[in-house]
Design a protein around this ligand. Structure first.
Ligand code: T5A
Length: 235
């Protein structure tokens, strides 16, 4: 634990996360975020949760496997944080410590939304695990891509193809995803400075423009635009 605290205190890069329900466009918009940062001369590491390291990707496979539909909600929560602990130690913290910016497809807001909002687990228990695993490290900016649950599910289904079977989360009910969306919006209301809500039902070009504007705005606020790229040098 002491080691993780020390590692976190050496962090110099910035940490940006993308959040939203299934099919909101996170994976698509991750590329837009990376492009804006790279154009400002910043070295970017893109990654995802659950996953991002060999061990965490194996945990992801367990979590998404539709054969594990009966998994206990608490097991699911602990697996999410086990994958996150591995991801932080092996990948995120080393990258941030090297001065790179990390852009991650989902992080702990997803745990509050899915395991808290969706599964109904106690938010205080999630907060305890968050404190244990993250040792005070939190995203600097979170882009919440928001759209009605039914629309997100339809998009995810379209991308997957009607014939392919859904993963363990995609197989959840519309009511589940509506709770997830509400939990995300609740978190955004509590942390408006960090979480920027981007309306994601709009056409792709409009969503991409809003995402790019939010990232440029963040660069402006942190003084990390083109001129400040030297503060965040690559290797
Ligand atoms: N999970 C994760 C938890 O329960 N707790 C946690 O703590 C964490 C970290 C895996 C699952 O894990 C759960 C949540 C998830 O169920 P995932 O791999 O991120 O997480 O899974 P998905 O959210 O299912 O990823 P998707 O790929 O479905 O969604 P995306 O990335 O939001 O959407 P994307 O970019 O792939 O786009 C989907 C489709 O929509 C189109 C795209 O072209 C694509 O076909 N699209 C648009 N179409 C029209 N207009 C737009 N504006 C569009 N934007 C994208």
């Amino acid at each position: 634990m002491g080691c993780l605290m020390n590692a976190v205190s050496g962090v110099r890069g910035r940490f940006i996360t993308l959040e939203g329900i299934e099919g909101a466009g996170k994976t698509t918009q991750l590329a837009v975020v990376a492009e804006v940062l790279q154009a400002a001369g910043i070295t970017v590491v893109t990654t995802r949760e659950p996953g991002g390291t060999p061990v965490a990707e194996r945990i992801r496979a367990l979590l998404l496997d539709p054969n594990h539909r009966g998994m206990a909600a608490t097991s699911e929560l602990l697996l999410m944080f086990a994958a996150r602990a591995e991801h932080l130690v092996q990948r995120i913290i080393p990258a941030l410590s090297a001065g790179h910016w990390v852009v991650c497809d989902r992080f702990t807001d997803a745990t509050y939304a899915y395991q808290g909002g969706g599964r109904g687990l106690d938010q205080r228990q999630i907060a305890q695990l968050e404190a244990l695993v993250q040792a005070g490290l939190h995203p600097d900016l979170t882009l919440l891509l928001d759209l009605p649950a039914a629309e997100g599910i339809a998009r995810a289904r379209g991308r997957r193809g009607e014939a392919a079977s859904p993963d363990r989360f995609e197989a959840e009910t519309l009511a589940f995803f509506e709770r997830v969306r509400a939990a995300y919006l609740g978190r955004a209301a509590q942390a408006p400075a960090r979480i920027r809500v981007i309306p994601a039902a709009a056409p792709l070009a409009a969503v991409s423009a809003a995402v790019a504007a939010a990232v440029r705005d963040h660069l402006g606020h942190t003084g990390s635009g083109v001129d400040a790229a030297a503060d965040h040098p690559g290797p």
